[in-house]
Design a protein around this ligand. Structure first.
Ligand code: DX5
Ligand code: ZN
Length: 229
């Protein structure tokens, strides 16, 4: 397993985003997770392309853009041009998920499909072989600082088994309520990219919080998993 920490800037001070990213990177952040919300698909509005472009100038690790917007297809090229390395999209918000995934890959980015807590894993059956990662939402999207939904552990296992059955050895990302108490459990279930907002930027020292979360994540790595991939 290749466990990666993805600090979500949603819980950072938006007046000092550069400092937040640098602190997380010093603590060992592997990617920076950027939540794009439009007030339609989710009941919150955050940031868009210009912020991604600015963060690209200072970030040393890849930018992971999580689109929680209606009409996401219209923005893919702009986020790619701004410097995203990974884009995840919600099938719940798109009419043609297969086409969207293909376009993200055409742009040279890693394409992920995100699943809301109420969306069954089977909805990915027809596209899972094409994905570069799957994002399991362990809270309902829209806000940071929500409580982890325990059933997400089972969902991660179900996604892992779908990907394994299709022979697609790509990582599972998990997003929502990840902290020192939940991170080991989701890693044990098969998640490798761990998004954390409040548990990093809600802490007085985001650098140390990032480092400690990574240590806690590594403690959850199953002994046999190093043999799997
Ligand atoms: C929620 C976002 C998350 C959010 C996670 O819709 O997708 O990325 O920042 O925040 P925490 O880790 O605080 O639950
Ligand atoms: Zn997110």
């Amino acid at each position: 397993m290749n466990v990666r920490i993805a600090p979500s800037i949603l819980s950072a001070d938006f007046a000092a985003l550069g400092d937040a990213v640098r602190a997380a990177e010093r603590g060992g952040a592997d990617v920076i997770h950027i939540d794009v919300m439009d007030g339609h698909f989710v009941p919150n509005i955050t940031i868009g392309v210009p912020v991604v472009r600015s963060l690209k100038r200072i970030a040393r690790v890849p930018l992971d853009v999580h689109l929680m917007i209606a009409n996401g297809d219209r923005c893919l090229d702009a986020f790619a041009e701004a410097g995203a390395a990974m884009i995840s999209v919600h099938g719940e918000a798109l009419p043609h998920l297969h086409r969207t995934v293909a376009r993200i890959k055409e742009l040279g980015l890693r394409a992920g499909a995100a699943l809301n807590p109420s969306t069954p894993v089977v909805s990915l059956e027809e596209v899972a072989a094409d994905l570069d990662f799957v994002l399991v939402m362990s809270v309902n999207p829209g806000f940071g600082g929500q409580a982890f939904i325990p059933r997400s552990e089972l969902k991660i296992r179900q996604v892992r088994s779908l990907l394994d059955r299709l022979g697609n050895a790509v990582p599972i990302e998990v997003d929502g309520g990840i902290d020192r108490t939940t991170i080991g459990r989701v890693v044990a279930a098969g998640a490798e990219i761990l998004v954390a907002g409040a548990a990093i930027f809600g802490e007085p020292d985001p650098e140390t919080a990032t480092r400690e979360l990574k240590t806690a994540a590594l403690a959850g790595v199953p002994v046999s998993s190093s043999e799997r991939r």
